[in-house]
Ligand binder design. Structure first.
Ligand code: NCD
Length: 327
């Protein structure tokens, strides 16, 4: 997508929109992770609210199905004391033929401060960011196969909390449907920005994107080799809804070759951490015993999603909150 970084970050380096990891600095990523650390404290208190976004209106605009991402964005906004509106495509007037820009203009007329957008079209979050009123922040909650930056950041936060801050020591393997995964693309950029020791992608040839070697990763087509001595394994869902034509023989055969089982896990480090962004296809990309086992941090990823989204939202709104007018 665009490399025009002025869209995401202002001339003083402050976050303005959060659209993709590519083009951001490692300092900014670290700031987000540090802020998330302090918000994780808030979400663990009995009174889980801070007044940082009081008086602000945030719209969750979801043109694609979601449970985890939408609800954790909603909780994050509420814990920052913002007012939240959830709009999903099934009840919106886009089904009546209204254009995206008309939907946005109507919401802008309601004095909205932030859009959290999920859309099936790659590039849609950038498009919206370029076209909204200057005081509005746009957060990408997943656009097509392109990017899912808050998911990548909550994954980085989970790695940091489990393995410590030195990513240079870590070997991380991303396993599964890389081709269709906006999560994988954002994870790879984030891991590289944080100077991860080694980033591997592990998948059948049909699920590796063209020119993957230019992403700064090592490519493997064998699961046990790909996860050998890994510190972290990030599993991905088979995105059947995005597959055109037969890219795989069958789910059973995929599980035979690429499904993560206790047995296969023995080739990774003994203290390996297993992650998955959800939703999991149990028995397809991983065995339930692994998903629910002691090395899995899958539910912690969900909890961390709230703290990380609080961090991103509050950082993107900071300039407005301080009275600064955006250009
Ligand atoms: C991911 C997504 O929607 O891109 N899920 C999520 O955000 N929790 C991954 C997926 O759908 O497989």
């Amino acid at each position: 997508m665009t490399r025009d970084n002025s869209l995401q970050v202002d001339k003083d380096g402050n976050l303005r929109h959060f659209l993709c990891i590519r083009g951001l600095t490692s300092n900014l990523l670290t700031d987000i992770l540090d802020a998330a650390e302090s918000f994780a404290g808030v979400t663990e208190q009995t009174v889980k609210k801070v007044p940082l976004l009081r008086g602000k209106t945030i719209v969750n605009l979801f043109f694609e199905a979601s449970t985890r991402t939408r609800t954790t964005f909603e909780l994050a906004a509420k814990r920052l004391s913002a007012d939240v509106l959830n709009i999903s495509v099934a009840v919106s007037s886009t089904v009546k033929g209204e254009s995206l820009m008309d939907t946005l203009s109507n919401l802008e007329a309601m004095h909205v401060d932030m859009f959290v957008v999920r859309h099936a079209e790659s590039g849609s979050a950038h498009f919206i960011a370029r076209n909204v009123a200057p005081h509005i922040s746009v957060i990408n909650a997943g656009d097509g196969r392109h990017a899912h930056p808050t998911q990548a950041m909550l994954d980085m936060f989970t790695i940091r909390r489990t393995k410590g801050k030195d990513f240079g020591r870590l070997r991380v393997a991303i396993v599964g449907d890389i081709l269709h995964s906006r999560v994988a693309r954002s994870q790879i950029h984030a891991l590289n920005l944080l100077n991860t020791g080694e980033v591997r992608i592990v998948a059948p040839k049909t699920l590796i994107p063209a020119h993957a070697e230019t992403l700064g990763v090592h490519i493997f087509h064998d699961l046990e080799e790909g996860i050998r001595d890994a510190d972290v394994i990030m599993m991905l869902r088979l995105q059947n809804e995005r597959m055109e034509g037969a890219l795989l023989p069958s789910e059973q055969e995929y599980f035979q070759l690429f499904g993560l089982t206790e047995d296969k896990l023995t080739s990774a480090k003994p203290d390996v951490t297993v992650m998955h962004p959800g939703p999991i296809n149990r028995g397809v990309e991983m065995d339930s015993i692994v998903a629910d086992g002691p090395r899995s941090v899958i539910l912690q990823q969900v909890s961390h999603g709230i703290a990380v989204r609080m961090a991103v939202m509050s950082m993107a709104m900071r300039r407005v909150g301080m009275g600064g007018e955006r250009n």
